[in-house]
Design a protein around this ligand. Structure first.
Ligand code: GLP
Length: 260
């Protein structure tokens, strides 16, 4: 696992965007795994800027989103469909048919989940999966206790996640209790992983994920099992890392390291 510590949120976002650019330069028809949450917003803004100002081409890209709330229609302002459209898809040139987001309103979840897994496979797998991290250490909606081999499925949200995400809803009671989410196993199948984390509220989860034991209680710790996982954090999110100097030494010594 590579750990990159950046001075602030903006640098974290730019460094993550550079990794997306490198993937697209190597493979213009790459399959990108997309994440929601407030953390990747800066990364999406930077990608939109690169598209608008520097002609970064998404016209051959295919995307798969990690997750979606169960019960929210696509036009609900808190649905991940809406989020992705607002913050990214409507600003770039990804063909509509190449955009895949789990359905939060299907009548048959098991069949949909199977179809989603098959569709990822048919597209050749995910080249680069973008990830955030929940304050309880989850990736996508793989809450503590999720099998590290899990595939796309329905998941009940933890109390911590419902509390964290309540800020986006009018009332806590409005936060959906279930989500459809790629599994940890699905995520680990991606060829490359980039996890972004910002702010002191993520420091503990980041330290557990990067330096703690691999455990289903912190599903982000599964990144330790991946051959090409990069964790990009700002100063505040790096605060509890014990090997910080070592990560900085490695990054500084790496000639080809992406520097925004
Ligand atoms: C949700 C999403 C995760 C995301 C997490 C953190 O639980 N399912 O993919 O990583 O929120 O979100 P934020 O970046 O807003 O802290």
């Amino acid at each position: 696992m590579e750990v990159i510590i950046q001075r602030d949120y903006q640098q974290m976002s730019k460094t993550a965007a550079q990794i997306v650019v490198e993937v697209l330069n190597t493979k213009p028809n790459a399959v990108l795994g997309m994440a929601t949450g407030s953390t990747p917003l800066g990364l999406y803004q930077e990608l939109v800027r690169l598209h608008t100002e520097e002609q970064l081409d998404f016209s051959r890209v295919t995307t798969f989103n990690l997750d979606e709330y169960v019960g929210l229609p696509v036009n609900h302002p808190q649905s991940y469909h809406y989020f992705m459209h607002e913050h990214f898809f409507r600003h770039v040139d990804i063909p509509r048919n190449n955009i895949n987001i789990p359905s939060g309103t299907t009548s048959n979840y098991p069949a949909f989940c199977q179809w989603y897994e098959k569709r990822i496979e048919e597209c050749g797998g995910i080249d680069l999966q973008i990830l955030g991290i929940g304050s309880d250490g989850h990736i996508a909606f793989n809450e503590p206790g999720s099998s590290l081999s899990s595939r796309t499925r329905l998941k009940t949200l933890s109390k911590q996640t419902i509390d964290d995400n309540a800020r986006f809803f009018d009332r806590r009671a409005d936060v959906p209790v279930y989500a459809i989410t790629m599994g940890v196993g699905t995520i680990l199948d991606a060829h490359k992983l980039v996890l972004v984390a910002s702010g002191s509220s993520k420091a503990k989860a980041v330290a557990q994920a990067v330096e703690g034991p691999v455990t289903s209680m912190v599903t982000a710790s599964a990144l330790q099992l991946h051959r090409d996982a990069i964790v990009i954090v700002d100063e505040a999110a790096a605060a509890s890392l014990t090997m910080r100097e070592y990560y900085e030494f490695i990054y500084a010594a790496k000639p080809a390291a992406p520097r925004a």
